[in-house]
Write a protein of this length. Structure first.
Length: 335
């Protein structure tokens, strides 16, 4: 990486900053970039990419803000279920750049690992990471459900402790969960740096998380992940890699990484009363505890039987993508 160009999105909305913004645009244009690739696909990111005046501007076919109007090359999503990572990589393939995986995601940082071991008793237990926060409130599994999971887990085994991650704004969540089993929980909300967070995930054996950035970090580190999704679609933005999808109505456990299955596998009767599609590979104590919890319901927002069987409203994105699959000309277009 030759460098990073900082983009302050607040400048767009404040006229007093427009002179500085125009200076940044002129600097970008002076670099005479060969390719400008926009993977965010918002109006401002597309406009900024176009104003860079590269020889070729490429972006994704995302209709939400009309960003594709700024691109020379538009890369379509292969299907409704295509994961965002694969969609992003297809932009490189469209440019003829080979894609490979012969590198290490998030390599260890010895200084951060040493700091974690000096500050906290990481060697005294096996650790399960909890990530109860999320930027959107409707992406959050109820904190009462996290607490109930801790209570049931703690009553069933003495081997594991819980490390609760999050920022300063998540401290009320961490405190509420810790009260469920104070001696088994380590509340780290607002106390760890980004690099220390990564090392905590690296040393853990399992993460139970909402749809968050740390979820993706755990997937990149190939850690077992149980991801809880509400309004978003885990096939598109869930933990990247092999997963077992679990899709009952409303808010529930909807993505389990393949690495988590040996820990979570139980009897093959995975939450059958809620219509989960996950089936375990083999039984073990951790699996019996966690899956037993989900078999009994998943907290305060458990839907009624009527809401479980109600047919969902048609998704316009799904309809549009289905039409694209029927159209043999739905390849990336260049214009």
């Amino acid at each position: 990486m030759a460098g990073i160009i900082r983009f302050n999105r607040q400048h767009w909305a404040r006229p007093k900053n427009w002179a500085k913004l125009w200076g940044d645009i002129r600097w970008n244009r002076a670099q005479q970039f060969d390719w400008v690739i926009d993977l965010q696909c918002l109006a401002r990111s597309a406009a900024f990419a176009w104003l860079a005046n590269g020889k070729l501007t490429i972006g994704l076919d995302e209709p939400r803000e009309g960003a594709s109007g700024f691109y020379d090359v538009i890369v379509k999503r292969a299907s409704f279920e295509t994961h965002a990572v694969d969609w992003y990589l297809s932009a490189l393939q469209r440019l003829g750049v080979p894609v490979h995986w012969n590198f290490e995601w998030l390599p260890p940082r010895p200084d951060a690992a040493k700091s974690v071991r000096l500050k906290w008793p990481v060697e005294t237990a096996r650790w399960v990471i909890l990530q109860p926060g999320a930027r959107w409130s409707n992406k959050r599994w109820p904190v009462e459900s996290f607490a109930e999971l801790v209570r049931k887990f703690s009553a069933s085994t003495s081997d594991f402790r819980f490390a609760i991650l999050g920022g300063l704004e998540d401290q009320p969540l961490g405190a509420a969960i810790s009260q469920a089993a104070p001696k088994r929980c380590l509340d780290l909300t607002g106390q760890v740096s980004l690099s220390e967070m990564l090392e905590w995930i690296r040393l853990s054996e399992l993460m139970v998380t909402n749809d968050t950035g740390p979820m993706h970090a755990a997937a990149a580190l190939r850690k077992p992940v149980v991801a809880l999704f509400g309004p978003t679609e885990p096939r598109r933005t869930g933990p990247y890699g092999p997963t077992q999808q679990c899709s009952p109505a409303q808010f529930a456990l909807r993505a389990v990484s393949a690495a988590a299955l040996p820990l979570l596998a139980a009897t093959g009767m995975f939450a059958r009363d809620l219509g989960f599609a996950c089936v375990g590979a083999r039984a073990n104590p951790v699996g019996r505890i966690i899956l037993g919890f989900f078999n009994g319901g998943y907290g305060a927002d458990r839907p009624s039987r009527k809401s479980e069987t109600r047919r969902p409203k048609a998704d316009p994105l799904r309809r549009r993508d289905s039409a694209a699959r029927r159209n043999p000309k739905s390849e990336p277009v260049e214009r």
